[in-house]
Design a protein around this ligand. Structure first.
Ligand SMILES: *[C@@H]1O[C@H](CO)[C@@H](O)[C@H](O)[C@H]1NC(C)=O
Ligand SMILES: *[C@@H]1O[C@H](CO)[C@@H](O)[C@H](O)[C@H]1NC(C)=O
Ligand SMILES: *[C@@H]1O[C@H](CO)[C@@H](O)[C@H](O)[C@H]1NC(C)=O
Ligand SMILES: *[C@@H]1O[C@H](CO)[C@@H](O)[C@H](O)[C@H]1NC(C)=O
Ligand SMILES: *[C@@H]1O[C@H](CO)[C@@H](O)[C@H](O)[C@H]1NC(C)=O
Ligand SMILES: *[C@@H]1O[C@H](CO)[C@@H](O)[C@H](O)[C@H]1NC(C)=O
Length: 199
């Protein structure tokens, strides 16, 4: 009885995660907040730009924003240029190709490289780190960006100079404390999802 229930729950769990994996598109979603998570502003795009494309928070979350790129924004009424956006939400998943979901999974290579920067127009600022993300994360996760975020760039990972790496919160720039953080986090994420798979 117990076993049956357990098996049933496991099967439903597997079904649910499969349905989620398939209905989840390959959008990239990034969200930004200051100290108050209720102030989260969000950006979502289905584009995979071939060349590195930069977005300023002040531009995309302005009420009169216009752009040649396809994206949606949410909670723009919460955006304020005075806030120091030190918290990042990152979510990105591959889509299944002809029903083949083998390329889908948290910790696997994503389709895009995302870099978040402390300066406008994707500029570095002396003494502050910038961060890179290029692994999939189905559920999305929050990361602390100590220097705050003013802009971020998106580029197809296949076209990127950093296509060989799978970045999870990888820290770079003159303010970086270590460049090995990203590799370690990616390894942990991979180990963790491997653990889930074998469970
Ligand atoms: C975000 O916007 C909602 C709706 O306008 C508002 O109720 C809430 O107080 C705002 N939060 C912050 C932190 O500004
Ligand atoms: C994906 O992004 C596009 C904009 O590029 C948007 O129209 C669409 O609603 C997004 N889908 C989801 C599920 O967020
Ligand atoms: C939006 O409005 C602000 C202030 O009214 C202006 O400074 C800015 O240039 C406008 N942006 C666009 C993209 O039209
Ligand atoms: C969109 O592209 C056109 C033509 O390349 C350019 O003139 C225009 O300034 C662009 N608009 C924005 C908001 O970047
Ligand atoms: C995810 O999709 C991109 C292309 O959109 C591809 O380059 C990458 O290898 C895929 N990831 C995996 C793990 O298959
Ligand atoms: C945001 O806060 C961090 C840490 O307190 C600081 O280093 C950074 O300069 C601030 N950024 C802005 C734009 O105020």
């Amino acid at each position: 009885m117990y076993f049956h229930q357990g098996a049933f729950t496991l099967v439903s769990l597997l079904l649910v995660s499969q349905v989620q994996a398939q209905s989840n598109n390959q959008n990239l979603t990034v969200g930004f907040s200051a100290n108050d998570p209720k102030g989260l502003v969000e950006f979502s795009t289905s584009e995979i730009p071939v060349t590195k494309t930069c977005f300023n928070l002040a531009d995309i979350f302005a009420s009169n924003a216009s752009s040649n790129h396809s994206y949606t924004v949410a909670n723009t009424q919460n955006y304020t240029s005075q806030a120091n956006y030190t918290s990042l939400f990152y979510q990105q998943l591959n889509e299944s190709i002809n029903g083949d979901g083998s390329g889908i999974g948290t910790g696997k290579d994503a389709a895009r490289v995302v870099e978040v920067l402390p300066g406008e127009n994707c500029r570095e600022i002396d003494g502050l780190a910038w961060f890179g993300f290029s692994c999939q994360d189905a559920e999305g996760e929050r990361y602390v960006i100590p220097g705050g975020v003013k802009s971020f760039s998106i580029q197809s990972k296949a076209e990127s100079a950093n296509k060989g790496k799978c970045w999870v919160h990888a820290e770079y720039g003159s303010g970086a404390s270590t460049v090995f953080k990203g590799c370690f986090a990616a390894m942990m994420a991979a180990a963790f999802s491997g653990l889930l798979l074998t469970m």
